[in-house]
Design a protein around this ligand. Structure first.
Ligand code: 2BA
Length: 109
């Protein structure tokens, strides 16, 4: 068995969850925070047989969008002229970041 971690943007979380549920996959949603943007994202956990992993990834890929987001970094320190200025940085986020891990044991008791 495998555990698929899919980090998606909050805007896509419900749509991805619905699509997985419609195909019979169980999903646990975690409210998470991206370390770089420091804004909320959604991590979906899906435990599946190895033979289903590609199907799960295909659904996540289909339902996740890529978006541009802008971050204004905190002011830099030091004596460099202009170092106090904050320059917005644009990054492209997503579609989704996916990790697939082995599950040693799975039980429902
Ligand atoms: P964040 O860490 O908030 O990153 C948001 C986006 O910022 C990233 O999109 C990427 O385009 C950019 N970014 C991240 N770190 C950067 C850096 N050190 N320098 C320049 N740009 C940077 P995605 O790559 O699509 O990642 C979306 C979210 O997925 C991330 O949110 C993070 O929560 C998670 N993630 C991505 N890669 C990961 C990894 N290797 N391990 C754990 N979580 C990861």
């Amino acid at each position: 068995m495998k555990l698929v971690f899919a980090i998606v943007q909050n805007e896509d979380g419900q749509r991805v969850t619905d699509a997985l549920n419609e195909k019979g996959f169980s999903v646990t949603r975690l409210a998470t925070t991206g370390g770089f943007l420091r804004s909320g994202n959604t991590t979906l956990l899906t435990g599946v047989e190895e033979s289903k992993v590609e199907e799960v990834i295909a659904i996540v890929k289909k339902e996740s969008r890529s978006r541009k987001k802008t971050i204004t970094p905190p002011p830099t320190q030091g004596n460099t002229p202009g170092a106090y200025m904050m320059y917005p940085v644009e990054v492209t986020v997503g579609g989704a970041t996916i990790f697939v891990m082995d599950v040693d044991r799975f039980e429902k008791v």
